[in-house]
Structures are given as C-alpha cells and as structure tokens.
Ligand binder design. Structure first.
Ligand SMILES: [Zn+2]
Length: 289
C-alpha cells in the first residue's frame, strides 16, 4: 500500500454534490436532494477531522424524512462515476492520484474504479466526498465487506490520512522448498490502532494470498537464474544479487510484496542455497541414470 495525497483539497464536497445533483432533469428530485447539501458538507468536514484515528467519533447527520439513503448513494453511480456525468471530472481527478495506474491498495493490479473507504450504502452523505474515495482495482473494491465494524481498529489503512513509518513491517516465512508465506510484524512502539488497521487492510483485501501467489511465481521464475549464478560464480554472488534486488525494491516501496520477499530470501539465504544445491544433486543423479 502507498500513501496518496488527499484529492481535490480546494473543492468543497457539498459543491461537488450540488453539481452532481444538478444533472437530474426531475426538478422535484433536485430540490429534495439539495436539502442534503449541508449534511454532505458537515459530514465530510467531521469525517476529515476524525478519520481514521478517531473514527468512533464520526456521527452522520439524520436525513430528512422524504429522502431515502439509496437516493443519495445513487448520485455517485448516476451523476459522478458515469461517463459524461456532471461529476465525472472529479472522478477522473481522484483516479489520477494512483501512481502509474497501479492500485495503491494492493500495489499489484490496475486501477479501474474508486473504492468508498466508508461504504456509500451505510454512509450515503459521503458518497461523493473525495477523501472517502480511493482509486482501486476491481478486486480490492469488491473484496471489502460492507458488514464490517467501523472504528479506528476495524477499518483498513486510510491511504490519504495514515502515516506509516518507512520501516519494514511486512515479512515472509521461507519454507524448505522456498514456498513463501506473508505475515505482519509492526514494531511494538507503533500506535495500536495503526497496527490493527494494517492487519485489517491485508485481511479485508485478501492480500496475504495475493502476495504469496506473486512471490511463489517470482521464485519459480528465478530458480534457473539463481542456479546458474551459483554454478558459474558462487553462492556469495547470488546473495549479493538478492541484496541488490531487495534494496532496489525497498527504495520504491519498503513494504511491497517484492521487498518483503527479497528481505526474506536474504535473511534465509541458507535455505535458498540448500534448495538450489539439492536441485543440482537431483539433476546430477537424473543425468547419470
Ligand atoms: Zn487492488
């Protein structure tokens, strides 16, 4: 995951809401929805103040009796996310926050949509609030559960607001056959809420399995090269190459799946060496029979 700049900082969410609502032809609907403009403003302001560290303090406004919450959340799909809708310019501006079009939530797949940090089904007044909308791939958007608890320990990392120190917290275990599994090891000195949000982040978006599948593919693709390096040079040369790969990856993102993988391979280099030597012995036996 990668921290992002909060999008559209000088545009008021209530003005975005008004612009979107103005796209409806039904004037009665426009008048009804505009009753909620102030609520969108107040709720967005409170959200920005408390998310994610004091999320327990977030209380959304009560809607007027003639407004159904679905009517507000539909403003997002009909007049914000839809091509050529009045809010689409804001949608596009938020999508552009993602570096190289890579989903900042998983760090692997392509950005295709926006994910509501607090879901619009439960928090309709935040449906078009830019700081509640995170660029994401389709899988990350769909995997998040709408039935979760919403407090500072049970929500994922907020990529606009959370500051994660640039220290390693994602680690791997390396099996005897170089199978890779991920785990989280945040320093004990870190804030308990932040540590919990990091755990939830990986759980919510099913990232443990995703990272393992990428890491295991990377290992499978690299075995031949690692073997060649050991046979033609030495284990020490291979270790230096793994350290270089780790450093380069960590400079880009300290806690990407790749940084954690190479950190683990360097730390468990004896296992890498033993596995490669084992392969060489097996191949030798096969070639002699
Ligand atoms: Zn993703």
């Amino acid at each position: 995951m990668k921290k992002l700049h909060k999008p559209l900082p000088s545009t008021r969410p209530e003005d975005i809401f008004e612009k979107c609502v103005s796209g409806y032809r039904d004037k009665q609907k426009v008048t009804a929805l505009l009753q909620c403009k102030c609520m969108v403003g107040c709720d967005s302001e409170l959200y920005d103040r408390v998310v994610p560290t004091r999320l327990e303090e977030y209380k959304q406004s009560s809607l007027p009796t003639n407004i159904d919450s679905k009517m507000i959340s539909k403003v997002y799909t009909e007049k914000f996310a839809k091509e050529n809708s009045p809010g689409r310019q804001y949608y596009n501006a938020i999508m552009e926050q993602a570096e190289r079009n890579i989903c900042p939530i998983c760090g692997i797949r392509m950005v295709k949509t926006l994910d509501h940090y607090l879901p619009k089904s439960k928090f309709p007044t935040l449906s078009v609030t830019p700081s509640n909308l995170i660029p994401s791939c389709r899988d990350c958007n769909m995997d998040k559960r709408d039935d979760a608890a919403y407090d500072s320990k049970n929500t994922p990392v907020h990529l606009y607001f959370d500051d994660i120190p640039n220290e390693p917290w994602l680690q791997v275990t390396v099996g005897d056959n170089l199978e890779i599994l991920y785990y989280i090891a945040c320093p004990d000195t870190w804030d308990v809420g932040l540590r919990s949000r990091i755990e939830k982040h990986l759980d919510f978006y099913d990232l443990h399995e995703l990272y393992s599948s990428h890491a295991n593919g990377e290992v499978a693709n690299s075995i031949h090269m690692w073997k060649k390096t050991i046979m033609q040079s030495s284990p020490e040369v291979l270790k230096l190459a793994l350290i270089d790969e780790c450093e380069s990856s960590e400079l880009n993102n300290m806690n990407s799946w790749k940084s954690a993988l190479y950190r683990g391979l360097v730390a468990n280099f004896d296992k890498v060496k033993k596995y490669i030597f084992g392969l060489c012995v097996t191949e030798q036996v096969d070639s002699n029979t």
